[in-house]
Ligand binder design. Structure first.
Ligand code: SD4
Length: 327
Protein backbone atom coordinates (compact mmCIF):
# COMPACT_ATOMS: atom_id res chain seq x y z
CA UNK A 1 0.00 0.00 0.00
CA UNK A 2 1.28 3.47 -0.87
CA UNK A 3 2.27 5.56 2.19
CA UNK A 4 -0.31 8.35 1.65
CA UNK A 5 -3.13 5.88 1.24
CA UNK A 6 -1.99 3.97 4.34
CA UNK A 7 -1.94 7.09 6.53
CA UNK A 8 -5.39 8.07 5.29
CA UNK A 9 -6.75 4.59 5.98
CA UNK A 10 -5.28 4.34 9.50
CA UNK A 11 -6.52 7.76 10.56
CA UNK A 12 -10.00 6.88 9.28
CA UNK A 13 -9.78 3.68 11.29
CA UNK A 14 -8.87 5.67 14.42
CA UNK A 15 -11.89 7.90 13.94
CA UNK A 16 -14.04 4.81 13.40
CA UNK A 17 -12.82 3.37 16.70
CA UNK A 18 -13.36 6.68 18.44
CA UNK A 19 -9.63 6.98 19.15
CA UNK A 20 -8.45 10.53 18.76
CA UNK A 21 -5.01 12.02 19.26
CA UNK A 22 -6.33 13.50 22.51
CA UNK A 23 -7.28 10.08 23.78
CA UNK A 24 -3.78 8.84 23.06
CA UNK A 25 -2.18 11.78 24.85
CA UNK A 26 -4.48 11.29 27.87
CA UNK A 27 -3.36 7.70 28.20
CA UNK A 28 0.19 8.96 28.08
CA UNK A 29 -0.46 11.65 30.69
CA UNK A 30 -2.07 9.12 33.02
CA UNK A 31 0.94 6.87 32.68
CA UNK A 32 3.34 9.57 33.77
CA UNK A 33 1.19 10.97 36.59
CA UNK A 34 3.61 10.23 39.43
CA UNK A 35 2.65 9.66 43.02
CA UNK A 36 5.31 12.10 44.18
CA UNK A 37 4.45 11.76 47.90
CA UNK A 38 5.39 8.08 47.87
CA UNK A 39 8.73 8.53 46.13
CA UNK A 40 11.57 7.72 46.36
CA UNK A 41 11.42 4.09 47.51
CA UNK A 42 14.10 1.45 47.90
CA UNK A 43 13.28 -2.21 48.56
CA UNK A 44 15.50 -5.26 48.94
CA UNK A 45 15.21 -8.96 49.63
CA UNK A 46 15.83 -10.12 53.22
CA UNK A 47 16.89 -8.06 56.22
CA UNK A 48 19.48 -5.69 54.76
CA UNK A 49 18.81 -2.35 56.44
CA UNK A 50 22.29 -0.98 55.90
CA UNK A 51 22.07 -1.72 52.17
CA UNK A 52 18.70 0.06 51.80
CA UNK A 53 19.94 2.95 53.93
CA UNK A 54 22.98 3.45 51.72
CA UNK A 55 20.87 3.20 48.57
CA UNK A 56 18.34 5.73 49.87
CA UNK A 57 21.12 8.09 51.01
CA UNK A 58 22.61 7.88 47.51
CA UNK A 59 19.31 9.10 46.06
CA UNK A 60 18.87 11.87 48.60
CA UNK A 61 22.40 13.06 47.97
CA UNK A 62 21.75 13.44 44.27
CA UNK A 63 23.01 10.10 42.97
CA UNK A 64 21.15 8.36 40.19
CA UNK A 65 18.80 5.49 40.87
CA UNK A 66 21.38 3.18 39.26
CA UNK A 67 24.08 4.49 41.65
CA UNK A 68 21.69 3.78 44.51
CA UNK A 69 21.29 0.16 43.41
CA UNK A 70 25.01 -0.35 42.93
CA UNK A 71 25.95 1.24 46.26
CA UNK A 72 23.28 -0.70 48.15
CA UNK A 73 24.22 -4.07 46.66
CA UNK A 74 27.92 -3.42 47.32
CA UNK A 75 27.24 -3.27 51.06
CA UNK A 76 26.16 -6.92 51.10
CA UNK A 77 28.91 -8.02 48.70
CA UNK A 78 31.51 -6.60 51.07
CA UNK A 79 29.86 -8.06 54.18
CA UNK A 80 31.92 -11.18 54.84
CA UNK A 81 29.34 -12.49 57.28
CA UNK A 82 26.73 -12.87 54.55
CA UNK A 83 27.39 -16.37 53.23
CA UNK A 84 25.45 -16.23 50.00
CA UNK A 85 26.78 -13.10 48.38
CA UNK A 86 30.16 -11.60 47.47
CA UNK A 87 33.15 -12.09 49.74
CA UNK A 88 32.47 -14.81 52.31
CA UNK A 89 29.95 -16.56 50.06
CA UNK A 90 29.83 -20.35 50.50
CA UNK A 91 31.78 -22.09 47.73
CA UNK A 92 30.76 -24.71 45.21
CA UNK A 93 31.51 -28.35 46.01
CA UNK A 94 35.09 -27.97 44.74
CA UNK A 95 35.80 -25.02 47.03
CA UNK A 96 35.42 -22.17 44.49
CA UNK A 97 33.39 -19.07 45.31
CA UNK A 98 31.66 -18.11 42.07
CA UNK A 99 29.43 -15.06 41.81
CA UNK A 100 26.44 -14.16 39.63
CA UNK A 101 24.98 -10.65 39.33
CA UNK A 102 22.95 -8.42 37.07
CA UNK A 103 21.79 -4.84 36.90
CA UNK A 104 19.14 -3.03 34.86
CA UNK A 105 18.57 0.70 34.39
CA UNK A 106 15.50 2.79 33.68
CA UNK A 107 16.21 2.84 29.94
CA UNK A 108 15.90 -0.92 29.72
CA UNK A 109 19.65 -1.53 29.38
CA UNK A 110 21.14 -4.39 31.33
CA UNK A 111 24.40 -6.10 32.14
CA UNK A 112 25.36 -9.27 33.91
CA UNK A 113 28.30 -11.34 35.08
CA UNK A 114 28.13 -15.08 35.45
CA UNK A 115 30.39 -17.61 37.18
CA UNK A 116 32.76 -14.84 38.25
CA UNK A 117 35.75 -15.67 40.46
CA UNK A 118 38.09 -13.48 42.54
CA UNK A 119 36.24 -10.15 42.16
CA UNK A 120 34.04 -9.13 45.05
CA UNK A 121 31.87 -6.43 43.52
CA UNK A 122 30.03 -8.43 40.88
CA UNK A 123 27.27 -5.80 40.72
CA UNK A 124 29.76 -3.07 39.73
CA UNK A 125 31.25 -5.32 37.09
CA UNK A 126 27.76 -6.07 35.74
CA UNK A 127 27.26 -2.32 35.45
CA UNK A 128 30.53 -2.02 33.53
CA UNK A 129 29.39 -4.76 31.15
CA UNK A 130 26.21 -2.75 30.54
CA UNK A 131 27.93 0.60 30.13
CA UNK A 132 31.32 -0.19 28.63
CA UNK A 133 30.86 -3.19 26.36
CA UNK A 134 28.61 -3.94 23.40
CA UNK A 135 27.36 -7.02 25.32
CA UNK A 136 24.85 -7.89 28.01
CA UNK A 137 26.53 -10.88 29.66
CA UNK A 138 30.11 -11.88 30.38
CA UNK A 139 31.02 -15.12 32.09
CA UNK A 140 33.92 -16.89 33.81
CA UNK A 141 37.48 -16.02 32.85
CA UNK A 142 36.30 -13.48 30.28
CA UNK A 143 34.32 -11.58 32.90
CA UNK A 144 37.24 -11.76 35.32
CA UNK A 145 39.77 -10.47 32.75
CA UNK A 146 37.42 -7.67 31.77
CA UNK A 147 37.18 -6.77 35.46
CA UNK A 148 40.95 -6.47 35.85
CA UNK A 149 41.13 -4.38 32.69
CA UNK A 150 38.62 -2.02 34.32
CA UNK A 151 40.71 -1.73 37.48
CA UNK A 152 38.88 -4.26 39.70
CA UNK A 153 40.98 -5.86 42.43
CA UNK A 154 41.76 -9.59 42.50
CA UNK A 155 41.05 -11.11 45.90
CA UNK A 156 40.40 -14.44 47.53
CA UNK A 157 36.66 -14.58 48.19
CA UNK A 158 36.78 -17.71 50.36
CA UNK A 159 36.89 -16.64 53.99
CA UNK A 160 38.04 -18.90 56.83
CA UNK A 161 34.44 -19.28 58.06
CA UNK A 162 33.16 -20.35 54.63
CA UNK A 163 36.14 -22.68 54.13
CA UNK A 164 35.41 -24.35 57.46
CA UNK A 165 31.73 -24.77 56.57
CA UNK A 166 32.73 -26.34 53.22
CA UNK A 167 35.20 -28.71 54.88
CA UNK A 168 32.48 -29.82 57.27
CA UNK A 169 30.08 -30.30 54.36
CA UNK A 170 32.66 -32.41 52.48
CA UNK A 171 32.54 -35.06 55.22
CA UNK A 172 29.05 -36.07 54.07
CA UNK A 173 28.97 -34.29 50.69
CA UNK A 174 25.21 -34.54 50.70
CA UNK A 175 23.68 -32.16 48.22
CA UNK A 176 20.02 -31.79 47.56
CA UNK A 177 17.85 -28.94 46.49
CA UNK A 178 16.40 -28.38 49.94
CA UNK A 179 17.32 -24.87 50.82
CA UNK A 180 18.10 -23.69 54.27
CA UNK A 181 15.75 -20.79 54.14
CA UNK A 182 17.43 -19.04 57.05
CA UNK A 183 20.62 -18.79 55.09
CA UNK A 184 19.44 -16.68 52.22
CA UNK A 185 20.93 -13.33 51.79
CA UNK A 186 21.32 -13.00 48.08
CA UNK A 187 20.50 -9.37 47.63
CA UNK A 188 17.94 -8.25 45.12
CA UNK A 189 17.21 -4.53 45.16
CA UNK A 190 14.77 -2.23 43.37
CA UNK A 191 14.54 1.54 43.60
CA UNK A 192 12.47 4.37 42.17
CA UNK A 193 13.63 7.97 42.43
CA UNK A 194 11.45 11.07 42.85
CA UNK A 195 11.18 11.45 39.07
CA UNK A 196 9.82 7.92 38.72
CA UNK A 197 12.97 6.35 37.28
CA UNK A 198 13.34 2.70 38.24
CA UNK A 199 16.44 0.50 38.37
CA UNK A 200 17.29 -2.85 39.92
CA UNK A 201 20.11 -5.23 40.75
CA UNK A 202 20.69 -8.73 41.99
CA UNK A 203 23.93 -10.28 43.31
CA UNK A 204 24.74 -13.69 44.82
CA UNK A 205 27.28 -16.44 45.32
CA UNK A 206 24.50 -18.84 44.37
CA UNK A 207 23.63 -22.05 46.12
CA UNK A 208 26.15 -23.42 48.58
CA UNK A 209 27.98 -26.55 47.36
CA UNK A 210 26.48 -26.33 43.87
CA UNK A 211 28.20 -28.16 41.01
CA UNK A 212 31.21 -26.34 39.61
CA UNK A 213 29.90 -24.19 36.77
CA UNK A 214 26.32 -24.02 38.00
CA UNK A 215 24.52 -20.74 37.27
CA UNK A 216 21.25 -19.73 38.92
CA UNK A 217 18.58 -17.16 38.18
CA UNK A 218 20.35 -14.13 39.63
CA UNK A 219 22.34 -13.05 36.54
CA UNK A 220 19.56 -13.96 34.10
CA UNK A 221 17.58 -10.91 33.01
CA UNK A 222 13.87 -11.71 33.29
CA UNK A 223 14.43 -14.48 35.84
CA UNK A 224 16.39 -13.03 38.76
CA UNK A 225 15.56 -9.42 37.86
CA UNK A 226 13.43 -7.41 35.49
CA UNK A 227 12.71 -3.70 35.23
CA UNK A 228 10.41 -1.88 32.85
CA UNK A 229 10.43 1.82 33.61
CA UNK A 230 6.84 2.27 32.44
CA UNK A 231 5.53 -0.40 34.81
CA UNK A 232 7.88 -1.41 37.64
CA UNK A 233 10.37 -4.07 38.59
CA UNK A 234 10.75 -7.43 40.32
CA UNK A 235 13.57 -9.43 41.87
CA UNK A 236 13.85 -13.05 43.01
CA UNK A 237 15.64 -15.04 45.66
CA UNK A 238 15.66 -18.73 46.52
CA UNK A 239 16.09 -21.81 44.36
CA UNK A 240 17.15 -20.27 41.07
CA UNK A 241 16.34 -23.32 38.98
CA UNK A 242 12.63 -22.86 39.78
CA UNK A 243 12.74 -19.13 39.09
CA UNK A 244 14.38 -19.69 35.70
CA UNK A 245 11.76 -22.28 34.72
CA UNK A 246 8.99 -19.71 35.15
CA UNK A 247 10.95 -16.56 34.16
CA UNK A 248 9.68 -15.16 37.43
CA UNK A 249 10.66 -11.51 37.45
CA UNK A 250 9.54 -10.84 33.90
CA UNK A 251 6.29 -12.62 34.70
CA UNK A 252 5.66 -10.30 37.66
CA UNK A 253 6.29 -7.16 35.61
CA UNK A 254 3.97 -8.42 32.88
CA UNK A 255 1.27 -9.19 35.48
CA UNK A 256 1.61 -5.63 36.78
CA UNK A 257 1.30 -4.39 33.20
CA UNK A 258 -2.01 -6.22 33.04
CA UNK A 259 -3.24 -4.24 36.05
CA UNK A 260 -2.28 -6.35 39.06
CA UNK A 261 -0.64 -4.60 41.99
CA UNK A 262 2.86 -5.70 43.09
CA UNK A 263 1.53 -7.89 45.90
CA UNK A 264 -0.95 -9.70 43.65
CA UNK A 265 1.70 -10.13 40.96
CA UNK A 266 4.21 -11.68 43.41
CA UNK A 267 1.54 -14.07 44.71
CA UNK A 268 0.55 -15.10 41.18
CA UNK A 269 4.19 -15.77 40.25
CA UNK A 270 4.69 -17.96 43.35
CA UNK A 271 1.50 -19.85 42.50
CA UNK A 272 2.84 -20.40 38.98
CA UNK A 273 5.68 -22.41 40.58
CA UNK A 274 3.49 -24.17 43.13
CA UNK A 275 0.90 -25.23 40.56
CA UNK A 276 3.32 -26.79 38.13
CA UNK A 277 2.65 -30.48 37.59
CA UNK A 278 4.76 -32.53 40.04
CA UNK A 279 6.06 -29.41 41.78
CA UNK A 280 7.93 -30.34 44.97
CA UNK A 281 7.54 -26.79 46.26
CA UNK A 282 7.33 -27.99 49.85
CA UNK A 283 11.05 -28.69 49.68
CA UNK A 284 12.40 -25.37 48.48
CA UNK A 285 12.08 -21.65 48.90
CA UNK A 286 11.45 -18.92 46.32
CA UNK A 287 10.73 -15.32 47.33
CA UNK A 288 9.84 -12.32 45.18
CA UNK A 289 9.69 -8.60 45.80
CA UNK A 290 8.17 -6.07 43.39
CA UNK A 291 7.71 -2.34 42.98
CA UNK A 292 5.47 -0.37 40.61
CA UNK A 293 5.57 3.11 39.10
CA UNK A 294 3.43 4.48 41.98
CA UNK A 295 5.95 3.34 44.58
CA UNK A 296 3.62 0.52 45.72
CA UNK A 297 5.47 -2.63 46.75
CA UNK A 298 4.79 -6.30 47.36
CA UNK A 299 6.54 -9.48 48.51
CA UNK A 300 5.62 -13.14 48.72
CA UNK A 301 7.34 -16.48 49.13
CA UNK A 302 6.65 -20.19 49.21
CA UNK A 303 7.99 -20.91 52.70
CA UNK A 304 7.74 -18.86 55.85
CA UNK A 305 10.81 -16.88 56.84
CA UNK A 306 11.20 -14.52 53.88
CA UNK A 307 11.30 -10.76 54.39
CA UNK A 308 11.73 -7.50 52.50
CA UNK A 309 13.50 -4.35 53.66
CA UNK A 310 11.87 -1.12 52.57
CA UNK A 311 13.11 2.45 52.82
CA UNK A 312 10.35 4.96 52.16
CA UNK A 313 9.37 8.33 53.68
CA UNK A 314 12.61 8.27 55.69
CA UNK A 315 11.64 5.00 57.39
CA UNK A 316 13.75 1.88 57.00
CA UNK A 317 11.76 -1.22 57.97
CA UNK A 318 12.02 -4.96 57.60
CA UNK A 319 8.67 -6.45 56.60
CA UNK A 320 7.86 -10.13 57.13
CA UNK A 321 6.54 -11.58 53.90
CA UNK A 322 3.35 -13.59 53.68
CA UNK A 323 3.92 -17.05 52.31
CA UNK A 324 2.05 -19.74 50.42
CA UNK A 325 2.84 -22.32 53.10
CA UNK A 326 1.86 -21.06 56.48
CA UNK A 327 3.46 -23.71 58.67
C1 SD4 B 1 20.54 -18.87 43.06
N1 SD4 B 1 18.70 -17.42 43.62
O1 SD4 B 1 21.71 -18.88 42.70
C2 SD4 B 1 20.09 -17.74 43.95
C3 SD4 B 1 20.32 -18.15 45.35
C4 SD4 B 1 19.73 -17.32 46.40
O2 SD4 B 1 19.81 -16.66 48.56
O3 SD4 B 1 18.82 -16.57 46.24
N2 SD4 B 1 20.26 -17.44 47.59
O4 SD4 B 1 19.74 -19.75 42.78
Amino acid sequence: MKRRKFIKKTSLLSIGLGITNDAFSNIHKEAINLNKDALPVVIATWDVKLATKVAFATLINGGTVLDAIENGCKIEEANEKGQSVGKGGLPDRNGNVTLDACIMNSKGDCGSVIFLKNIKHAISLARKVMEDTPHVMLSGVGAEEFGYSMGFKKENLLTEASKKAWEKWKKTSKYNSIINIENHDTIGMLAIDSDGNISGGCTTSGLAYKMHGRVGDSPIIGSGLYVDNEIGGAVATGLGEEVVKTVGSFLIVELMRQGHNPQQACEMAIKRIVNKPNSNYKNFQVGYIALNKNGDTGCYSIQKGFSMTKYQSYKNVNITSDSYLIS
